[in-house]
Structure formats: C-alpha cells, structure tokens
Design a protein around this ligand. Structure first.
Ligand code: GLC
Ligand code: CA
Length: 561
C-alpha cells in the first residue's frame, strides 16, 4: 500500500495532551483538580499547540483506583464537577479547535455500580451474568489460577452466593462479562450518549482484556506478566467485540480511538489499527515501558538504548502503512520521562527533556504529551510507603515485603517506578502549592516547583515548553508536516549504544534525527549532505554532519540529502 492509498484522517497529524484531572488544576480549593480548573487552562494547552485532550476518567466513582472504577458512566464525580461543567468543557475546547477524548473504562466497573450491586444480590438476578461468577473448585479454591494486577488472585469469594467473581484489577473493579450481548449493548449505548455530545473519541482502558475464553483455563506462563495474560489478552474475542463496537458505534462518528493494550506485539498492533479492519485508530503498546523493569515482579532492569531503539523501530517499521502508531514516553501510570530516560539533575534536566521530545516527536504516529512533561516535571522522592496514594504502589510494596526484599530496596523500586510520580499535582507557578490549589493538595507537591513551573516556562524562550511548541508546529507545518506524519522510517547505526539516529523520508524530503542519550560528548559521522539544521537543543550551530561532536543529551533535526 502506498502512502497515497492510506486515507488521510484528522488524527494523523493530531497532538494529544493527557490530563489527569485530579492533579491538573483545582478551581475551588478542595485540594482536588476539577473540570472548571481544566477550563481555566485551555488556553495554556492551545498555546502549546495540542489539538486533542485525553481526559482520564471524570465519571462518578468511589475512587478506589482514582476514577478507573466507575459507578455511573453517565454522570460526573462531584469532586470533578457536574455534567454542565463537562458540556462546558467540550464546548470551550471546541471553540479553541481542541477535541476531548474521554477514557472508556469498560473491562470492569466499580463494585458500587448498580449493575454489580444487582448482579451480586442473588444468583438468579437478571444481571448475574453481567459479571463473571464461577463456582469454587472442589477444594473450595479459586476457579482458576489467574493473578490480578492489584491483588494476588483474580478472584474474590462472595460468601452469600458461594461463588467467586473475577477482577483483573482491584476487588472493587469487577470485570464485566463481555460474552453477554446485553453488557455490550449497554456499553455501546453509553458510548453513543457521550459521542453525541461531540466528543473527539475514546481512549479505551485495558481494552485488549475484555475477551475472556469461555472455559477460563488455568494460566501456564508464570515468569512474565500477570498470570493468565496468555488467555485474556489479544485473543480473537477482543477483535470480534471491537469490530462489533465499530459497526454499532464508532462507524457513525469521525473519531480518534486509542486502545490501551499491554502484552501486544506489532502483529497484534496491525490487527487493532489497520484501517481496513475497522477496530481502533491506534493502540498504546507497552514494549518500551518494560525495558527497564519487570513490573509485575517489581524488578528493575538496566536501561539498554540498543534494545530501546530496536523496539521503537520495529513498531515504526511494522506498522508503516499497515496501522498507526501512538507515540508516548509517559502517562499517569508511568514515572516521569525525564527522570527515567533522560537525566533530572539541574545540569541536564532541561536539555535531556528536549532531547527526549525531539526523538519521540519526529517519529511516525500520533504523539501524546502527559501533563507536566512539557515542563520537564520530575519524579518526586517518597520517603516512606505512607506517602504513596496509589493502590498499585501499596500492592507491589506488600509483594516485595512478602518476598523478604529489604524495605529500602522496595522503597527504591517505588521511587523509580511508582505511578504516583505522574500524579503529583501540576506545577503552575511559585505560589503556595505551586498554584495548583489554595487548599491542601490530595497528593503532596514536589518541592522543586519553585524552579520548575508553567509560569517560568512560558516566560523563558529557552524552556522545554517553547521547545515542545516548536516540535508540534513542525508536525503541523506545510514544509515538514508530510514527512513527519507520513514519511518512511529507517533506523541508523542500530548497535550504537549512546546515540539514537533515524531517518524520515517522503516525496524527496529527508530528515535526519540525532539524539545523544548520554551525559558525555559523542562524535559521529553521517554520510549525508546537510541542507539545513531545523532544530538543535543547544544554542551553538553546526555546518557539517561529518565528524560532528554531540554534546551531552544534544539532539538535532537536520534536513539532508
Ligand atoms: C489502566 C489505567 C490504569 C488503571 C487500570 C485499571 O491500565 O491506565 O490507571 O489502574 O487500567 O483500570
Ligand atoms: Ca477542586
């Protein structure tokens, strides 16, 4: 298929900004970010140049997993605002050319959702089959040996009915039974409800896990991932359900859909995102997120740039013209990108954050910026387990304690990887609580807000924020837009363990992207003729790309031939 045959879609050159509402901006001093707070900051996002906002869940929820446990899909959590606020957000964003993409959390609901309350009430309740209930094994144990992301087992016993229910996440997040057509129809009509309000689409939470095989077989793989994943992720059922969802819902709107899909290969990626298959626009894969850890077993691995490059290039190449990539270094479940892949010391924080932005934003696909990434916000130091909020941090801590891992090592692991790093409130200015709230923030502010904050970044022409603005405007420009969005990709020097270099080429135009991932100088030669330096994260200049010395974390975008 040539580029000419790939039908252009509005989301191909979109740039998405992710908001974690709880931590973005608090408008009423209760310490929790909210929808009116987002509305206040829409111009900030518009000026950055993003034209889509992915909003993490704002639905009614008991907040066991901060909103990923929904008790009413058609209502807004009071701490975030009202349905009027939500309508206002969609309208105000629309006035600025920004579309709102909501989180669709449909693998599970809250146990406080009326559907589950009914389902649990008795074995012959009409909603019993809306969730996954199974008899114990003969010895009374769980129906199978599946594990869960947030608890040791994927099953919780319900005393009154004598059955277990399935939950791949917390026991307050029971999994819906997608095999039941009534469940699917209820989800589809809820999707219509929101899409009719003019949404720009959905980010689909762990959507690759909705298809559970009817025989619920035991897991056989225990040395990677959550036991059972080979059965409930990426199977034929999920593809059937997604195609049905497309037919019944998505085909009626022109929207961006992105599936969150752990445990996926590039082949799965094509199945999900090939335009002819009518499933979703793109997916979030996790291969590069597992590069430096085995998350489920809370084990840290050394970061290897060669492996990192091979993962990223494989996705670039395998999906080219056969699907669509989403591009991300961070989100609300990951540590801060600059602390993880760059260097967050005062000396290199700004320069390495710009380097990371360059390497990512020149790839093919749709880039996602997680709130605060454009400011180079860093991980925060958590001194004890009590300072964490996230239920996953607490689960991993318990697991590590259970294995006899020394407490300091467990805390060190969490200080690298906890999801709370991303959830620390956004740093707006140097006022008390970083201008996030006039009350007490729900999660402590990072003390480095006095130096790292949006007000500073906006007033400083050399900030990461303005650098990101430039990267975004290149993607949208007449001159380079097509080569960045639709160009072919080729990795250079794949075994180079310090420098990440790749080409993008389209219609006679060639870009060379070079990024030094180290704190040392690196000298390299590129066998091309330099036409123009398009971007350089340092202020010096260069006139040739033969024997070029890259400074620590230096990144360039060259126009070459
Ligand atoms: C996804 C979300 C994560 C949530 C989980 C359960 O991975 O990104 O935040 O905890 O699903 O819904
Ligand atoms: Ca609030």
């Amino acid at each position: 298929m040539s580029t000419e045959q790939l039908k252009r879609r509005w989301w191909h050159n979109a740039v998405v900004y992710q908001i974690y509402p709880r931590s973005f901006n608090d408008s009423n001093g209760d310490g929790i970010g909210d929808i009116p707070g987002i509305i206040e900051k829409l111009d900030y996002i518009k000026q950055l140049g993003a034209n889509v906002i992915w909003l993490s869940p704002v639905y009614k929820s008991p907040m066991d997993d901060n909103g990923y446990d929904i008790s009413d899909y058609m209502d807004i959590a009071p701490e975030f605002g009202t349905m009027e606020d939500m309508d206002e957000l969609i309208a105000q964003a629309d006035e600025r050319g920004i579309k709102i993409v909501m989180d669709l959390v449909a693998n599970h609901t809250s146990d406080e959702h009326p559907w589950f309350i009914e389902s649990k009430s008795s074995k012959d309740n009409p909603k019993r089959d809306w969730y996954i209930w199974k008899d114990p094994k003969e010895d009374g144990s769980e129906p199978n040996n599946w594990e869960s992301f947030f608890t040791p087992k994927a099953w919780t016993f319900d005393e009154p009915s004598g059955q277990y229910y399935c939950h791949l996440f917390s026991k307050k997040q029971p999994d819906l039974n997608w095999a039941n057509p009534e469940v699917r129809d209820a989800i589809y009509s809820m999707m219509h409800f929101w899409l009719k309000k003019g949404l720009g689409g959905f980010r689909m939470d762990v959507i690759n896990m909705i298809g559970k095989p009817s025989d619920y077989p035991d897991a056989t793989i225990f040395d990677s991932g959550v036991a059972g994943w080979e059965h409930w992720s990426n199977n034929l059922l999920v593809h059937q359900y997604l195609r049905e969802m497309h037919d019944k819902v998505l085909s009626h709107y022109d929207v961006l859909t992105v599936g969150e899909t752990p445990f996926t290969t590039t082949l799965d990626g094509r199945y999900y995102s090939h335009p002819d298959r009518n499933e979703v626009s793109m997916i979030f894969h996790f291969e590069h997120m597992s590069i430096d850890r085995e998350e489920h077993n809370a084990v840290r691995k050394p970061f290897d740039l060669v492996e990192f490059k091979s993962i990223m290039s494989k996705w670039q190449d395998d999906l080219y013209q056969k699907g669509w990539n989403s591009l991300y270094w961070s989100n609300h479940d990951q540590p801060r990108a600059v602390s993880r892949y760059g260097c967050d010391s005062p000396e290199y924080r700004v320069i390495s954050a710009k380097m990371l932005g360059t390497a990512l934003h020149m790839m093919s696909g749709t880039p996602y910026i997680y709130q605060g990434e454009e400011l180079g916000m860093t991980n925060k130091f958590f001194a004890s387990i009590d300072e964490y909020n996230d239920l996953m941090a607490k689960f991993h801590y318990q697991k590590m304690m259970g294995k006899g891992i020394p407490e300091q090592d467990a805390l060190d692991f969490l200080n690298y990887f906890s999801r709370d790093h991303a959830r620390v409130p956004l740093q707006w200015n140097t006022d008390t609580n970083a201008g996030f709230t006039t009350g007490t923030p729900w999660l402590a502010i990072n003390e480095n807000y006095v130096d790292i904050n949006a007000e500073q970044a906006i007033s400083d022409d050399n900030s990461i924020y303005h650098y990101y603005r430039n990267l975004i405007s290149l993607r949208k420009s007449d001159e380079y837009g097509d080569v960045i969005v639709y160009g072919n990709h080729k990795i250079l020097d794949e075994n180079d363990a310090e420098v990440y270099a790749y080409l993008r080429f389209y219609d006679g135009k060639t870009l060379l992207v070079v990024a030094n991932f180290t704190a040392g100088n690196q000298t390299r030669s590129y066998d091309f003729q330099l036409k123009k330096v398009i971007v350089n994260n340092y202020e010096d200049d260069c006139s040739s790309i033969q024997d070029i010395t890259l400074k620590p974390y230096q990144a360039y975008i060259f126009n070459v031939e």
